[in-house]
Design a protein around this ligand. Structure first.
Ligand SMILES: [Zn+2]
Length: 279
């Protein structure tokens, strides 16, 4: 399931039906962490050398947000995403040379906007959000790779510019000391660079997973995904398969299937950083 909604809307969607059930006259109040408050940043695993590339792995959903597969007894997207992300981290750390942080390492809720913000705050070189999909038709299956669409990028730039006073820096330049116009230009330049990185990394993901697990789309897809809206960190969303499909669930739930997916993702990340280092 792709989440395109801000977290407050998500809470309304998830809990709205609960409130209506039975017509009882009480209110369930859910306090979501405010966006833009100081965050406890996750620890970075791997070499303690800031010159090494840093990837932030983002297991989708978590806590009260199960993602796809919310039914009783169903395979839950949040659990699949976490298991695969942990496996990718393990592969990367085994290979060495790459620093790895995760937006969550257990079953907890993290607002969508906080996820790319964590990557930015850590100064990440790549952000990979891990998800699984579901569909009405149980015939839909396979993995896909998404990047932020142009339309989404423009939206992100406008929203980011509006929050300029609260922003830290873009490529080391504090926006608060620049005029609005200069800030917008800097943002645009760094976004273009990040977008090129996103496309390159997404193509490597497709290349590595091709032939190992079925593909739902064999080209890089783009969408206005809130979780990919870090303006200066190359970002992609890896849909690992459909939990509504029995064969996909078979590999998403098996140690061997997860190993194959994690190997492919880790190899794509490694190749991406090797290319970046060579340019
Ligand atoms: Zn999802």
């Amino acid at each position: 399931m792709l989440l395109l909604l801000p977290s407050a809307t998500l809470a309304a969607v998830v809990f709205g039906p609960l409130l209506a059930r039975g017509g009882r006259d009480y209110v369930v109040r859910i306090v979501l962490p405010p966006v833009n408050q100081p965050r406890d940043l996750p620890t970075i695993a791997g070499p303690q050398d800031a010159s090494r590339p840093l990837v932030v792995l983002d297991p989708g959903h978590g806590g009260f947000d199960p993602g796809a597969g919310a039914g009783a007894g169903a395979v839950k997207e949040k659990a699949v995403a976490l298991a695969i992300a942990l496996e990718i981290r393990k592969r990367l750390l085994e290979g060495g040379g790459i620093r790895v942080a995760m937006t969550r390492e257990d079953d907890r809720f993290i607002p969508l906007a906080d996820r790319p913000a964590i990557a930015r705050d850590l100064g990440a070189d790549l952000f990979v959000s891990i998800h699984a999909d579901s569909a009405q038709s149980d015939g839909a299956r396979g993995a896909s790779v998404y990047i932020l669409s142009d339309r989404g990028s423009t939206e992100a730039a406008a929203r980011f510019a509006a929050r300029e006073n609260r922003a830290d820096t873009i490529n080391g330049v504090p926006l608060s000391q620049t005029s609005d116009a200069v800030g917008a230009i800097l943002l645009d330049l760094s976004q273009r660079e990040a977008q090129a990185g996103s496309v390159g990394a997404a193509q490597l993901f497709l290349r590595e997973i091709q032939g190992k697990v079925p593909l739902h789309y064999d080209t890089v897809e783009s969408a206005a995904l809130a979780v990919l809206k870090a303006p200066d960190v190359p970002s992609l969303l890896f849909e690992t398969g459909y939990i509504s499909n029995a064969e996909d669930t078979g590999y998403l739930e098996s140690a061997e299937g997860r190993r194959v997916i994690a190997d492919a993702a880790a190899q794509a990340i490694r190749t991406y950083f090797a290319r970046q280092a060579g340019t």
